[in-house]
Design a protein around this ligand. Structure first.
Ligand code: GAF
Length: 387
């Protein structure tokens, strides 16, 4: 499968650029199991990698030129000069790979140019980190081709900088780290403060369960204002409470912290979500480690309620997935990713999967919503070289 994909992408590269690529790399999208909007609060997250990947065929250049092409976007090859790359100058898809090259060079890494052809199976705008997959696959390819010796978490930091500064989206570090560092059969317990990581075995099929992703087809974008507003609100909360980041408010002190915020109702809601969400990540880790996998269902449900009512980033389509799945026997369900659209996850017993899928699809039709796309998510490998 990987070999066939690598061959297709390499062949297209040769057609476009008239030579063989030096190699082919893949980086996955991710699903976040729990820990939403905690990453820019120095908190905990728990994503796992999807089988869907961005694949890049790449060849080195030595002449300061970057050529970019995507199988997923109309149009020909874009040619850029490395010396001309500058933040927020590009509003197209090319800003993601170009931003990575810019971030590497700005950090002092000797990248002298490249020809790149990309093809991705990660659904875009679905809350599944299609942007991070593009960034990480380019970073990994250049790391190998220019012998930069950077580790996965270092590539993730550079990719986040590309997205924050070059693309102009104020995202945290979760998606890039997930794409770079996840392992097949595991969820990644990540402390976003120091990027310390623990791979937690997560094999639902072995226990007779499944995790479904329901892509509502409602597109979202992090460069738009609401994500940034939530981030600014969390930073205000940390300021008012006199802590570096909301991560520093222990769950046991939540009531006292909320009382100190007085009539800052909006900030109180954001703080409550972050502090309880960090506790939920720790709870899920502990349940998985003690083999109580089914017991994570109620924690996922609480997580959704918190995102809907306190953080206020759900939407009618996401709520309909969660409500319908739970009414049809799911063990747990929540929106995943940045919110305002994108995808929800559903944890279910294997025999209930078809009935839940049917119920959600029918509920969408009855509500007049675009049909959702439902697929099973199996924890897959992180970024890697294919050939
Ligand atoms: C998006 C961002 F890119 C992540 O950094 C994270 O904040 C997530 O939304 C919400 O948990 O995917």
């Amino acid at each position: 499968m990987s070999e066939a994909v690598a061959q297709t992408v390499a062949s297209r590269f040769s057609e476009l650029y008239g030579a063989e690529p030096d190699g082919v790399w893949a980086a996955p999208g991710r699903v976040n199991l729990i820990g939403e909007h905690t990453d820019y609060n120095d908190g905990f997250v728990m994503p796992f990698a999807l089988p869907h990947t961005a694949v890049a065929a790449v060849a080195r250049r030595a002449d300061g030129v970057l050529r970019l092409h995507s199988a997923d976007v109309e149009g020909g090859v874009t040619e850029l000069r490395l010396d001309d790359l500058s933040p927020e100058s590009d509003k197209n898809w090319t800003a993601y790979p170009a931003g990575v090259v810019w971030a590497l060079r700005e950090a002092g890494h000797a990248v002298t140019g490249a020809d790149i052809h990309l093809a991705s199976t990660v659904p875009s705008g679905a809350g599944l980190s299609s942007s991070a997959a593009l960034e990480v696959v380019v970073a990994l390819a250049l790391n190998d081709l220019f012998s930069l010796g950077l580790r996965g978490w270092q590539l993730a930091r550079l990719c986040q900088r590309a997205e924050n500064v070059y693309v102009g989206a104020p995202v945290g570090i979760m998606d890039q780290t997930a794409s770079a560092c996840c392992e097949a059969g595991h969820a990644l317990f990540l402390d976003t403060r120091d990027l310390s990581q623990k791979q937690i075995p997560f094999d639902l099929a072995a226990e007779g369960m499944r995790l479904l992703v329901v892509d509502t087809q409602v597109k979202h974008s992090h460069s738009e204002g609401e994500y940034g507003k939530r981030r600014a609100g969390c930073e205000k909360g940390a300021d008012l409470l006199g802590v570096n980041a909301l991560r520093d408010v222990p769950y046991a002190d939540l009531d006292a912290a909320l009382a100190r915020l007085g009539d800052e109702e909006e900030v109180r809601r954001l703080v409550r979500h972050i502090v309880t969400e960090n506790a939920r990540v720790e709870q899920v880790v502990s349940l998985l480690e003690t083999g109580e996998t089914r017991a994570i269902g109620p924690v996922l449900i609480e997580g959704h309620a918190s995102l809907r009512d306190d953080f206020r980033i759900s939407c009618p389509e996401l709520d309909l997935v969660v409500d319908t799945a739970l009414a049809s026997g799911a063990l747990g369900s929540r929106m995943t990713g940045g919110g305002f659209g994108g995808s929800a996850i559903v944890l279910a017993e294997e025999p209930d999967v078809d009935a839940i899928t049917k119920a959600v699809t029918e509920a969408f039709a009855a509500a007049g919503f675009t049909a959702p796309r439902v697929f099973e998510a199996v924890p897959s490998a992180g970024a890697r070289r294919l050939r």
